[in-house]
Design a protein around this ligand. Structure first.
Ligand code: PLP
Length: 287
């Protein structure tokens, strides 16, 4: 079944939606994005994603699309038109198309940003088998640019990281800079030692995960101990458990790093509990 997607003000069948070949996201990766989960037809953590989008745009001096204030309605309309129950909504804003290729940013008075949204249906998104078994990860060097806090569409290296993991018979990769874990290819990384949850502090080195913020809030509310600091790969391999968080995977246990088993090789109690709390609480506040 063909999806209905949104492009610059229009709802269209996916095969009729068009963006210029001169669009700067296509030529220069000059675009930012957000992914919002949908569970039971409702948007999870929408306000957080919208706030981060606004920040990404500001950091890159990119105009807000005209429809910025209507984004909640557009998300809901896409859910409605596509009968989306469980899945995701992908949103991308680029600096638009000046009708040619040029490194210099176009005049924002003349070139408007491109806004694209589409749905991805994932029935049973919250019941993923990986949540029951846990995932295996490899470590790779973090060679991305220095502004990982901005959610840009430059996803080639994370994509290569996933392929390297797949080739190694694993599920994902954690990236390491100067011996310290930054984050996963598309998620934030955590370890648990003696009951304490440890995750890298916020800086330009990692994406400020919306799920991360919610999970850390819920953990503190549940009287769990949280420490936001860098941790080494060696420390991770000696941890009792590990896990990752992202909008589409929620909380996913990690059971192996570079062939080293964490704990008893099964999802740990802290990750399992946080997943349960996150799914419960975020569904309650879903809109
Ligand atoms: N880190 C990276 C590099 C990501 O790409 C993502 C999500 O795509 C995350 C962390 C998790 O962010 P969020 O919880 O907002 O989905």
């Amino acid at each position: 079944m063909s999806r209905t997607v949104y492009v610059n003000g229009d709802y269209l069948p996916e095969d009729e939606a068009k963006v210029s070949i001169f669009d700067r996201s296509f030529l220069m990766a000059d675009g930012v994005y957000e992914v919002t989960s949908v569970l039971e037809g409702k948007l999870i953590d929408f306000d957080g994603h919208l706030a981060r989008l606004e920040r990404s745009l500001a950091e890159l001096d990119m105009q807000k699309p005209e429809a910025f204030d209507d984004l909640l309605d557009i998300h809901r309309e896409l859910v409605r038109r596509n009968d989306l129950v469980d899945g995701m909504i992908y949103l991308q804003v680029s600096r638009g198309s000046a009708g040619d290729r040029d490194f210099v940013f176009p005049d924002p008075e003349e070139v408007k940003p491109t806004l694209v949204l589409f749905t991805q249906s994932k029935p049973g998104l919250a019941d993923s088998p990986a949540a029951k078994t846990g995932i295996k990860i490899i470590s790779i060097e973090d060679i991305r640019w220095g502004r990982r806090d901005i959610k840009t569409v430059q996803l080639l290296y994370p994509s290569m990281g996933k392929m390297m993991a797949k080739k190694a018979g694993c599920d994902d990769a954690w990236m390491v800079k100067d011996g310290f874990v930054t984050e996963g290819t598309s998620n934030n990384a955590y370890i648990v030692k003696n009951g304490k949850i440890i995750t890298r502090h916020l800086s330009n080195d990692i994406l400020h995960g919306i799920t991360r913020a919610a999970v850390l809030r819920f953990a503190r509310e549940a009287q769990m101990e949280v420490e936001e600091r860098s941790f080494t790969l060696d420390e991770a391999k000696e941890a009792d458990e590990g896990f990752v968080t992202s909008a589409s995977a929620f909380v996913l246990p990690v059971v192996e790093i570079d062939g080293t088993t964490l704990g008893d090789g099964k999802p740990g109690p802290v990750a399992r509990r946080l997943r349960e709390i996150y799914l419960d609480e975020s569904l309650k506040s879903a809109i």
